[in-house]
Design a protein around this ligand. Structure first.
Ligand code: SAM
Length: 288
């Protein structure tokens, strides 16, 4: 059955007596070519297993099951579980788990599969895109790729170059974990119901070796957060808000020691520069 066909979606929903849940960000894909492309390019052929977040009625799941050895799909909405049993009936390589991804122990769930490579592929619910992405990155699990369909505006942020206007804290944090590339954009009329914004598919290739090794990740992330929270301020003023326990003159010295002018703005720094700066702050904190 073509799960992208609007008539079929309506019929499934009526037979199973289900409605779209806005609170779960349910916008189902209706363009088969888009679904095929996401499944095809999500891991560059590197992984045997795909973790899917939010299978909905199984539209993308079917295409993943056709291409990969194992598909593990996490769906929060228990009303969709009987639908998925029906639409995925012929695929014995799919495991559907009725759980909230934010509460799932991903390490325990995926441990048996990492040897053959695991990637994430999802048309993510917009309401929770960043928390899900952060959970995946912070899990430190050895994913090959994370490929997600998200709001275009967020996609632009993830893929922005350091120092550009689209760059934000998430851009800097992401560039510590991997390299993001925008694969393509999908207009709102390719979904049912159509969302208010356009979407883009972003593929993140996770680094096996990170571009830098901060002495303290806590300080490193705190520096990035401070720099972007006050992005209109100079780096010095932004850091003195984020690290109020350190005298401003000391922070000025550190910025200079890291090779920057005191009036530079934090958004101009790349991930390695954030790392150097955070190491100097960490060392100072250790001394005091
Ligand atoms: N994959 C389907 C597609 O492309 O047509 C549906 C995508 S829809 C944008 C997002 C899906 O994520 C919905 O099925 C929704 O119920 C599910 N979802 C929302 N929040 C979730 C969470 N915290 N954990 C797991 N699934 C979630």
């Amino acid at each position: 059955m073509n799960l992208c066909d609007i008539k079929n979606i309506k019929q499934i929903m009526s037979v199973f007596g289900i409605k779209f849940h806005k609170e779960f960000g349910q916008n189902f894909l209706t363009n088969k070519m888009v679904v095929e492309d996401i499944a095809e390019y999500c891991c560059d052929g590197k992984s045997n297993t795909i973790l899917e977040i939010g299978p909905g009625i199984g539209t993308l799941t079917v295409e993943l099951a056709e291409r990969y050895e194992n598909v593990i799909s996490l769906e929060i909405d228990k009303g969709l579980i009987p639908v998925l049993s029906y639409t995925l009936d012929e695929y014995n390589n799919v495991k559907v788990v009725n759980e909230d991804v934010m509460k799932t122990d991903l390490e325990a769930l995926l441990a048996p599969y990492f040897e053959g490579g695991v990637s994430v592929c999802a048309n993510l619910p917009y309401y929770i895109t960043t928390p899900i992405l952060m959970k995946l990155l912070e899990s430190k699990l050895p994913f090959d790729y994370i490929t997600i369909m998200i709001q275009s505006e967020v996609a632009d942020r993830l893929c922005a170059k350091a120092g550009s206007k689209d760059c934000g804290a998430i851009t800097a944090v992401l560039s510590y974990y991997g390299e993001a590339e925008k694969l393509f954009t999908v207009n709102a009329d390719n979904f049912m119901p159509p969302p208010k914004v356009n979407s883009s598919v972003v593929r993140i290739k996770l680094y096996k070796d990170k571009p830098c090794k901060p002495k303290s990740e806590d300080v490193f992330f705190k520096v990035i957060k401070a720099a972007f929270e006050q992005r209109r301020k100079t780096l010095l003023n932004a850091l003195s808000c984020g690290f109020s326990e350190i005298p401003k003159e000391k922070l000025a010295e550190i910025i200079e020691k890291a090779g920057h002018r005191p009036d530079i703005r934090g958004e101009k720094l790349d991930v390695k520069m954030f790392c150097e700066l955070s190491d100097l702050i960490f060392e100072l904190k250790q001394q005091s």
